[in-house]
Design a protein around this ligand. Sequence first.
Ligand code: GLY
Length: 282
Amino acid sequence: MTGNEIRRKFLDYFERSGHKVVHSSPLLPANDPTLLFINAGMNQFKDVFLGLEKRDYKRAVTSQKCLRAGGKHNDLDEVGKTARHHTFFEMLGNFSFGDYFKNEAIEYAWDLLVNEFELEVNRMWFTYFEGDADVPADTEARDLWIKMGAAPERVLPFGKKDNFWQMGDTGPCGPCSEISYYLGDAPNDPEKNSPFWVNGPGDTTVEIWNLVFVQYNRTQEPDGSFKLTPLPTPSVDTGMGLERMTMVMQNVKTNYETDLIRPIVEFTAELAEPIANRSFGI
Ligand code: GLY
């Protein structure tokens, strides 16, 4: 399946289930001084999540251009070190604005990955928020994955760094649940396809999709501290890296080898070749 077909399949799947297909917003935020560049699909809906803006739809799906090269989500320092970071990427996402919540978000994710993209269940790992002093453990998300068919030992708790999502220091946020995928050639090896690699080192087990259960607005108080205020209507914000999903579907080892990026690398190499071969007389 090509990268373009994967994007189309994602948009079509959610359109069939009542989501409005909304165009990517430009990379420069129109009206948000808290962000330099768009860093997630939910940015263009920030005020909708906060209840400050109403749209004539309660479900949306997008393929959003994103740039993570600074601020809260900064991939710049990872470029060249990992197989899956390149600062500019496309994020596929489905959104519910006070419509469906955790149950349906997890059902859609399972159905799309298992039945439409036909990913192997024994290569998938699921994570949920383990809880802290401010936000309780999301055992509901854990139980829902197990109800869908995940083996209990493949559903893992993680802390705030991995399983609580916020777009910046302030704004809509909430506990999240991620799906990671084991890409290696030994799915039956309990050392290789193991929890150790989930949110761990290397690129063989990679996060492919993040489901955020948007429940709070994070604000800064005059004394500089931050406060979480529950939102009147819990919502859903998800983000799947198109290039990562394409790496999985095309069974290649890096995002750079997918048909989304490989032609750009080859084109650049062609341009660079005459320069590389030029003799400078030394
Ligand atoms: N907004 C969800 C994500 O960026 O993962």
